[in-house]
Ligand binder design. Structure first.
Ligand code: SAH
Length: 254
């Protein structure tokens, strides 16, 4: 059996209990070295084979995983955050399916959740936005035309941009071109949940210069939207005048 496990955003205690249990029993771990905290590998038992996939190709990763599985080892593919986001797991899962090898995915805490916790902030604020757009800026890796940052910005929803901190100048320009006023609040969260975590807060106009001064170009998320501002409406969920499946309105009770 092969397990794709979400390692969480960085802090070793932000992996799930299920993920940590499997690491403790692993016979082989292939981890994405750039952002998986190596401290997690301390959970691995004596004799566990550990490989960093940072310098490997898809073929090489698959050879390792299939070899581990063939030898009867509990084989773990450890991905940063949650594997379903920019994890390139689909191509690995399809190869395993084709080879008839069983696998399971164990979710993880994505960095966009850790970034919200670092601020701290709520993406889905009543009266502000009920939508979170997760995307990235086009770079060497293309993004479908209809999902350009500029067109997504037109929604004015809460936005989280992965893999884009190195293009902050053009990212902010695109967000503004798409309709966000330049004074829209924005934040850059570097290495959320790691000891070296940094949070820069500003606006679309000044975030690029702040990031330049701080020397942050990678391993960071860009958060944009009025959910980072001061104004919002109170939630209906806890509104005394509002009833729902779990609670009667306080007025109905009177
Ligand atoms: N699957 C991962 C994302 C992998 S793509 C997840 O769910 O978080 C790698 C990108 O994720 C980085 O370029 C950066 O934009 C973001 N990232 C990953 N971990 C991060 C962290 N701890 N803090 C800030 N950004 C992070």
């Amino acid at each position: 059996m092969i397990y794709f496990i979400g390692a969480g955003p960085g802090a070793p205690d932000l992996i799930t209990v299920r993920g940590a249990e499997l690491l403790r029993r692993a016979g082989m771990i292939v981890y994405a070295g750039s952002l998986v905290n190596p401290a997690l590998l301390d959970c691995a038992p004596e004799g566990c084979e550990i490989h960093d996939s940072a310098s490997l190709t898809l073929d090489e990763v698959m050879d390792l995983l299939l070899d581990g599985c063939r030898r009867g080892l509990l084989t773990v593919r450890l991905h940063t955050g949650d594997p379903s986001l920019y994890g390139a797991i689909r191509e690995q899962m399809d190869r395993l399916r084709a080879a008839g090898v069983p696998f399971e995915v164990v979710p993880g805490v994505s960095s966009f959740c850790a970034a919200a916790a670092a601020l701290p902030a709520e993406y889905t604020l009543p009266g502000v936005s009920q939508t979170v757009i997760i995307s990235r800026m086009e770079g060497r890796t293309p993004v479908p035309e209809r999902e350009s940052v500029r067109s997504l910005a037109a929604h004015g929803a809460s936005m989280v941009l992965f893999l884009s901190a190195g293009m902050l100048e053009s990212l902010c320009a695109e967000l503004i071109a798409g309709g966000f006023p330049q004074e829209t609040p924005a934040a850059l969260v570097y290495r959320a949940s790691w000891p070296e975590e940094r949070v820069l807060r500003g606006t679309l106009a000044d975030l690029p210069s702040q990031a330049r001064e701080a020397g942050i170009t990678r391993q960071a998320l860009v958060l944009v939207g009025n959910f980072l501002g001061d104004d919002y409406a109170l939630s209906k969920l806890y509104d005394a005048k509002f009833s729902h499946g779990y609670r009667k309105s306080r007025e109905e009770i009177k």
